[in-house]
Design a protein around this ligand. Structure first.
Ligand SMILES: Cc1cc2nc3c(=O)[nH]c(=O)nc-3n(C[C@H](O)[C@H](O)[C@H](O)COP(=O)(O)OP(=O)(O)OC[C@H]3O[C@@H](n4cnc5c(N)ncnc54)[C@H](O)[C@@H]3O)c2cc1C
Length: 393
């Protein structure tokens, strides 16, 4: 599919690139080192109105996945964690937009679009990450609504979110399973406890925490979607659709790692000549640039296809290819960049090991790259997607 960036998208690119260079880049190392939530970066993104970007015009956004990808790429080029602030908010947003009732959309989406409210998504449990059908957290139906019990892990942004979208097996009053649903749980609900953040290798500025749900009572309208309509399935499709955003973060990371590698070898000599003149180095840089550009094109093309209305099972493999290819490229390019830095690549005094650690996260989150390959293979081999399995996450 052919696409060109329109004037609005070029403006988003120029604005976010400038802000990333002038205001975000200098904070990146410190956010990674201290693993402290970057409230100043959150405020900056809010001031720029970037949280609204993927939202439809009625919420003040562009409604464009491609514009959102461009913003994420530019931020991810200098600071993975600042780009993460957008993405972690947009996953629950996509779920509520795709699967929420009118009342739920009216309650949550304007605040999420302005950045006044924050959200998190909680699916993963200790025994079930890829395979969401293995949830043990239950939502027992009662006369007035639901009672949630169970434990979750790796819920990013939960420590600060106003609302957490929690996946649970719904069961009727006699304990019979009724399928998986998503529930909108306010963080201050009695019975919900947010545990100690993980000490993470990458993505350190946006904490991921366990959740403990002990008789959390919710009204019936806390279940995502309307009665008789699968909010879960619709929401999962919306999340599938957001995979190009993870690809965009990977493109930004690969570009940023290449920027640093080029700067490093341009100022270094060995055997009496600039390191950048060695053919072995020049070809590594050429491969990094080539693969990053290929990743950019697959991500932009996927996003443009999403913007053009491609949906559901037709869009799933396109989005999976963008996520899987771009994040594999990011890991590869970051690994090459560390090699180019030599010993300095291992030192925390230089930026590049941060890119390497952050790149690894991208191959795991929002459906591992093995799961993306399953989605692609199902599509290529003409098999129906397996709906209650890992592909859904
Ligand atoms: C930094 C970070 C942030 C996260 N944030 C969130 C969050 O906000 N909310 C949330 O709910 N979760 C979050 N997660 C969890 C993430 O979604 C899961 O880690 C991911 O889905 C994989 O699940 P798992 O770790 O249980 O691995 P498993 O599912 O146990 O997989 C283990 C290995 O087996 C492979 N595998 C599994 N099934 C198949 C298959 N069918 N075919 C081939 N290979 C397979 C996987 O690819 C993986 O390599 C986060 C994780 C990280 C690292």
């Amino acid at each position: 599919m052919a696409y060109l960036l329109d004037d609005d998208q070029l403006q988003v690119q120029a604005l976010v690139r400038r802000v990333a260079r002038e205001k975000v880049a200098r904070r990146a190392a410190d956010i990674d080192r201290t693993a402290e939530y970057p409230q100043d970066m959150y405020d900056l993104l809010r001031e720029l109105g970037l949280f609204a970007l993927p939202f439809p015009a009625e919420y003040g956004g562009s409604g464009s996945l491609l514009s959102s990808c461009i913003a994420v790429e530019e931020l991810g080029r200098v600071c993975y964690n600042t780009a993460y602030l957008l993405i972690v908010q947009w996953a629950p947003f996509g779920a509520i937009l795709g699967g929420g009732s009118d009342e739920q959309k009216a309650r949550w989406l304007p605040g999420l679009a302005s950045g006044e409210l924050r959200a998190a998504l909680s699916l993963t449990e200790s025994q079930s990450g890829s395979d969401v059908a293995g949830f043990k957290t239950t939502a027992r139906r009662t006369a007035g609504g639901y009672v949630l019990n169970g434990a979750k892990i790796w819920c990013t942004n939960s420590h600060i979110a106003d609302v957490i979208l929690v996946g649970a097996q719904t069961v009727d009053e006699s304990g019979r399973k009724e399928g998986v649903s998503l529930f909108l749980v306010e963080r201050d609900r009695p019975g919900l406890t947010i545990g100690k953040p993980e000490d993470k290798m990458g993505g350190r500025g946006v904490p991921s925490c366990p959740l403990f749900l002990d008789d959390v009572r919710l009204p019936a309208n806390a279940r995502l979607g309307e009665q008789g309509r699968s909010g879960f399935k619709v929401a999962m499709e919306a999340l599938n659709a957001s995979r190009p955003l993870i690809g965009a973060r990977a493109v930004g990371l690969a570009q940023g790692a290449t920027d640093h590698a080029v700067e490093f070898i341009s100022g270094r000599t060995a055997f009496g000549q600039p390191v950048s003149e060695f053919q072995g180095m020049r070809w590594m840089i050429a491969d990094m640039a080539m693969r990053t550009e290929a990743a950019r094109q697959i991500v932009y093309s996927a996003a443009a296809q999403g913007d053009a209305g491609l949906k559901g099972s037709a869009f799933a493999p396109v989005a999976a290819m963008a996520k899987c290819f771009a994040t594999d490229v990011a890991m590869d390019v970051a690994t090459q960049a560390v090699q180019i830095f030599g010993a300095a690549g291992i030192s925390a005094d230089y930026p590049i090991n941060r890119y390497f650690r952050d790149a690894k996260i991208l191959q795991i989150v929002e459906g591992t790259n093995q799961i993306q390959r399953n989605i692609i293979a199902d599509s290529v081999l003409g098999r129906p997607a397996r709906p209650r399995k890992a592909q859904d996450q």
